[in-house]
Design a protein around this ligand. Structure first.
Ligand SMILES: [Fe+2]
Ligand SMILES: [Fe+2]
Length: 176
């Protein structure tokens, strides 16, 4: 599969999760969702959204696009998207910390979790919109067929290693 199509397909799954999360905000607010729901949301954004999706964007596609002779506006968008990945990581880390605090009985954490979830949904939809409708469309014109093929193979290899990486880290964490 063309690596750009692959990334856009991953965006669809992330958007589906954001929509599901948005629908659940009222029940999360009333504390009617089991704690495992947020745990699963965190796992999705850490393992899939960040390590798998941002991983391929940063280590493969952005790396390749960054080496091209880009127009100034595309260079700026690339820099902004990278900054947003850092911001997304920080937000998810904050959500993880708040979730842990809440699990330990910190009642103040709840309000912060709700506002963080709402802001994350808006922030991340905008990030995907920039990538789908602006950045990747223009960036694709800089990549030839042979490069697409190589990138495709790299992406497949990256994905293949991901499940092993996840459980290697899980075993390391359980061994501590
Ligand atoms: Fe991204
Ligand atoms: Fe993306």
């Amino acid at each position: 599969m063309n690596p750009f199509d692959l990334i856009i397909r991953e965006h669809t799954l992330i958007l589906d999760l954001l929509n599901a999360l948005e629908k659940k905000i009222p029940t999360i607010q009333k504390q009617e969702e089991p704690p495992c729901f947020l745990h699963d949301v965190l796992d999705f954004f850490i393992t899939y959204g960040d390590k798998t999706h941002h991983g391929k964007e940063e280590d493969i596609l952005f790396r390749e696009i960054g080496q091209k002779n880009l127009k100034e506006n595309l260079k700026k968008t690339l820099a902004k998207l990278l900054e947003e990945h850092v911001e997304a990581r920080e937000k998810i880390q904050k959500l993880k910390t708040l979730h842990e605090k809440q699990q330990k009985g910190d009642t103040n954490a709840h309000t912060e979790i709700i506002s963080l979830l709402k802001s994350f949904i808006t922030f991340y939809r905008k990030h995907i919109d920039t990538e789908n409708n602006h950045f990747f469309k223009e960036a694709l014109s800089h990549i030839n067929e042979k490069e697409l093929e190589t990138l495709s193979k790299e992406c497949a290899e990256f994905d293949r290693s991901m499940i092993h990486e996840k459980y290697k880290q899980a075993v390391q964490a359980m061994s501590q």
